[in-house]
Design a binder for this molecule. Structure first.
Ligand SMILES: Cc1cc2nc3c(=O)[nH]c(=O)nc-3n(C[C@H](O)[C@H](O)[C@H](O)COP(=O)(O)O)c2cc1C
Length: 386
């Protein structure tokens, strides 16, 4: 029985109508408690239970990319853990990797509340968080602390939580757009030794003007500055919006190749509002079409997959893609992988489906491989895009 889907979710989402941001902050506080008291019975026992319920081993699903080993291709998308609060624990939820951030050079509170809404009729969310985070220096301190005292469960054979950690960088709201490159550079300097890969986020709809940095000339400058600083050749990726025209995506692909980027993350949330069953913003009652913010979840699934397929075809599969947008099932993840994604991330699906989502997707993917007579997940990447 899936306790989350059958008991907890109906209670929180429909019964008590718990505010999604409050719920998220309670969850993050629980992660802090688990980490700090993990050497004592209730917390240690809980993490063990979590590990047993969520972590499965599928050798056929292991991925290797950029010299990094991923136990499986399913990762936590950016935005859930902006400050690295759960960095020590994500592996116990069964994830193959986690992307921290978006972090900005300057700490910032984000937009005013309420700024996160569930749209259950669409299996979606609307958010306009605005990069609320404690800043790059605080994330650096947090990650250094994890390196010096790795989290390990007492009396357990489980190894210290180790999984590839990405760091997603955004522009601080106070920094003018023309100084964006310096802002990204400042964060990268503080964090470059502490992440396994880095993402230039120019696609959030919730920082004024940010998406204009996807224009080739502006992005060119940011990527040049970052790659100049990147003497250790850390994998650097760019995360794009689903709302770009094909020509703009083609331009970004060209830039990615020119600057020797490690890959592209497709996609961020969408500013489109068409095709939704929800018309009024829950709890507020205003028209969704009048409300700022990005839509994530099921309504984004198809467009994100099309963008992945386009990039895969444009590059003949030579540029790795992390696919994200509307993944709730193994079928959804398979669709992204066969369209060209080497790795897949989840956010809204995890919010709706709970911690059982990852093991469910992984066993479904392993089954898909068997059904298609494939021996390894890398054989599936791009197999429907050729
Ligand atoms: C509440 C919320 C906050 C997010 N914050 C960020 C963020 O800070 N940086 C980022 O790159 N993407 C952010 N995203 C976008 C997700 O990483 C992901 O690209 C998008 O939600 C599509 O995936 P999904 O349909 O699985 O949610 C956020 C999404 C949500 C729902």
């Amino acid at each position: 029985m899936d306790i989350y889907r059958q008991g907890i979710r109906p209670l929180l989402f429909s019964g008590l109508k718990v505010d999604p941001e409050w719920l998220h902050s309670q969850f993050m506080a629980t992660l802090t408690w688990l980490e700090t008291t993990g050497d004592r019975p209730p917390a240690a026992w809980l993490v063990q239970q979590l590990h047993q319920a969520c972590c499965t081993t599928h050798p056929a699903l292991r991925q290797q990319l950029w010299g990094l080993d991923f136990d499986n291709p399913i990762g936590l998308a950016a935005g859930f853990d902006k400050d690295g609060t759960g960095a020590a624990l994500w592996s116990h939820f069964g994830f193959g990797f986690a992307e921290l951030g978006t972090v900005t050079l300057h700490p910032q509170p984000g937009n005013s509340l309420p700024r996160l809404f569930r749209l259950p009729q669409d299996r979606a969310a609307l958010n306009r968080m605005g990069f609320n985070n404690r800043g790059a220096a605080a994330l650096a301190t947090r990650l250094k602390q994890l390196i010096t005292t790795p989290y390990k469960l007492k009396n357990s054979s489980l190894s210290p939580a180790s999984l590839p950690l990405g760091i997603n960088l955004g522009k601080s709201k106070v920094t003018p757009l023309e100084l964006a490159a310096d802002d990204y550079l400042g964060s990268f300097r503080l964090l470059k030794e502490l992440g396994d890969y880095f993402v230039v986020n120019v696609s959030s709809p919730n920082t004024p003007g940010l998406r204009s940095l996807q224009d080739a000339s502006q992005l060119d400058q940011i990527l040049a500055v970052l790659q100049h600083e990147n003497t250790e050749h850390k994998p650097l990726l760019v995360k794009i919006a689903p709302d770009l025209a094909w020509e703009a995506i083609a331009d970004i692909v060209k830039l990615a190749q020119t600057h020797h980027l490690a890959g592209i993350i497709a996609t961020n949330t969408t500013i489109r509002r068409d095709g939704l069953n929800t018309h009024l913003l829950p709890g507020i009652g205003t028209y969704l079409t009048d409300e700022p913010g990005g839509i994530s979840g099921a309504p984004l699934r198809q467009r994100a997959t099309e963008v992945i397929r386009f990039i895969y075809q444009k590059t003949a599969g030579t540029l790795p893609i992390i696919g994200v947008g509307g993944v709730f099932t193994a079928d959804d993840a398979w669709e992204k992988i066969t369209a060209g994604a080497s790795l897949v991330q989840v956010y809204t699906g995890w919010m709706y489906e709970g911690p059982q989502l990852v093991p469910r997707i992984l066993s479904g993917l392993a089954q898909k491989l068997t059904e298609h007579g494939m021996s390894h997940i890398r054989d599936a990447v791009g197999s429907s895009a050729q």
